[in-house]
Design a protein around this ligand. Structure first.
Ligand code: H79
Length: 443
């Protein structure tokens, strides 16, 4: 056994595929970043970005009063958008807990909300038949034992010299003890894995850097111990890869990779792995009032379709407002995705890339998906042909029938001048969808 193959569990590749099957079939999930950073409404990293102290950040805890919080509405919006699972921030880097933890007072129960908001989230999404996941931040900028590092709000000023930085770190960290924080982290994860019934996903965030000042490492989290406990309390749960155990040579330290906020073209390199790209509408995860650069429907569909075409998932984030609602921009974007998904979900759910043996060209433009059970191919038309005539090189002889996916209307075809080409006769006018899809039956 090489050091890169250290294992924590006894699970075969087939058993892993079976355990992850609902998730690889689902392809599309909702991320929800919600916490008291919704009040400043300028990024969930605001405490870090503006180097706010606990005292300065306290007003957001004091004024948190989510009078419109109704996770049944969130669940309905997720469902109609076609999302099959949802992951909520139970605690983000700022340390504020949406759940009623025994181990802290820094929680929703002690705000004007006066209750465990995670409990209501779980019940509402379960009722809609949506799988439920918990995001939990390994970082904690509120806990008194969590050591100051380069990603902490109280990190030394950038313009200090190395020696002066060193002094800031030692003075801040004098009485901080990661062993105690590690116990807190373990206790809270145990609560999350015990008090809310079956949980489908645990999404831990994150591990980075070269040393104690520049990062946190698997040992800081007690990562091996932690993941063993999680597996024991929730057999079957999926855990992401951000405990950093792969750095320590573990082959099974996490179930899937998590490319964050990458462009569609970068997703091609994850083909063949288990992976989920996490993406925002606008750049920030937490509600950001003044950020107006939202992705359009085409960009969102590109991420979803490119994920499925490369055997991965998209988890798309919503950052609800401080009152507990999705803002109109998120609702509108989800509605539009739902309109497309209502007709086109067969090209996404249960789909992946076609096997090599078909020898079909897979250019970025094609965005080809494939359902292994029905042996149907789905061609996503990012560029609709002007006269409706679409030439598919290398397809001739492989296809028995073609139709538009949105209405099952036939698409006639014939061999092209070049005998390996197939020529499809699509309607001259593009069907009323941002990305129309052709369903091809393989011979
Ligand atoms: O929860 C969402 C984000 O808040 C969290 N992950 C998603 C799902 C996240 N955002 N950014 N990051 C994780 C990585 C941030 C890295 C950096 Fe840095 C922080 C770059 C600059 C500041 C690390 C710390 C490198 C330098 C300092």
């Amino acid at each position: 056994v090489s050091s890169q193959d250290k294992k924590i569990f006894n699970e075969t590749a087939a058993q892993k595929a079976e355990r992850l099957k609902w998730w690889t079939d689902a392809r599309f999930g909702m991320f929800i970043h919600w916490g008291i950073y919704a009040l400043p409404a300028r990024h969930e990293w605001v405490k870090h970005n503006e180097r706010l102290t606990n005292e300065q950040y306290q007003k957001y805890f004091d004024h948190f009063n989510p009078d419109e919080f109704d996770p049944k509405k969130w669940a309905k919006e997720a469902k109609q958008a076609g999302m099959q699972y949802a992951v909520l921030t139970t605690k983000h880097h700022d340390g504020f807990c949406l759940f009623d933890s025994k181990y802290t007072n820094y929680k929703a129960t002690n705000t004007k909300a006066h209750r465990d908001l995670v409990k209501e989230f779980v019940a509402a999404f379960r009722a809609e038949g949506i799988k439920v996941g918990f995001y939990y931040s390994l970082l904690d900028w509120h806990h008194p034992d969590y050591t100051v590092d380069d990603a902490h709000p109280q990190r030394p000023a950038d313009n200090l010299g190395e020696k002066e930085k060193e002094e800031v770190y030692s003075s801040f960290n004098k009485n901080r003890d990661m062993a105690r924080y590690r116990q807190y982290l373990k206790n809270q994860v145990a609560e999350l894995m015990t008090n809310y019934g079956k949980i489908d996903i645990l999404w831990l965030d994150w591990t980075w850097g070269k040393d104690a000042k520049h990062g946190k490492h698997p040992q800081d989290w007690g990562a091996v111990d932690l993941i063993k406990m999680v597996r024991k309390l929730q057999p079957g749960i999926l855990v992401n890869n951000r405990l950093g155990l792969d750095q320590d040579g573990y082959a099974d330290g996490g179930d899937f990779e998590t490319p964050e906020q990458v462009k569609p073209a970068e997703l091609l390199k994850y083909k063949g792995k288990y992976w989920e790209t996490c993406q925002t509408f606008s750049g920030s995860w937490g509600y950001y009032r003044d950020e107006h650069s939202w992705k359009n429907q085409r960009q969102l569909l590109d991420l979803l379709i490119t994920a499925a075409a490369n055997g991965g998932n998209l988890i798309l984030n919503v950052g609800p407002t401080a009152r507990g609602e999705f803002d109109y921009r998120a609702t509108h974007a989800l509605d539009s995705l739902g309109y497309w998904m209502h007709e086109h979900h067969p090209s996404i759910y249960h789909c992946t890339f076609p096997p090599d043996e078909y020898n079909l060209p897979a250019s970025m433009d094609d965005r080809l998906t494939y359902n292994p059970d029905t042996k149907k191919l789905y061609l996503h038309l990012f560029h609709y042909p002007d006269n409706g005539e679409l030439v598919l090189p290398n397809y001739n002889g492989k296809i028995s029938y073609a139709q538009l996916l949105n209405d099952d209307s036939e698409v006639p075809f014939k061999a092209g001048d070049n005998t390996t080409d197939l020529v499809l006769k699509l309607p001259k006018a593009k069907p009323p969808y941002e990305i129309p899809v052709i369903e091809l039956s393989l011979k």
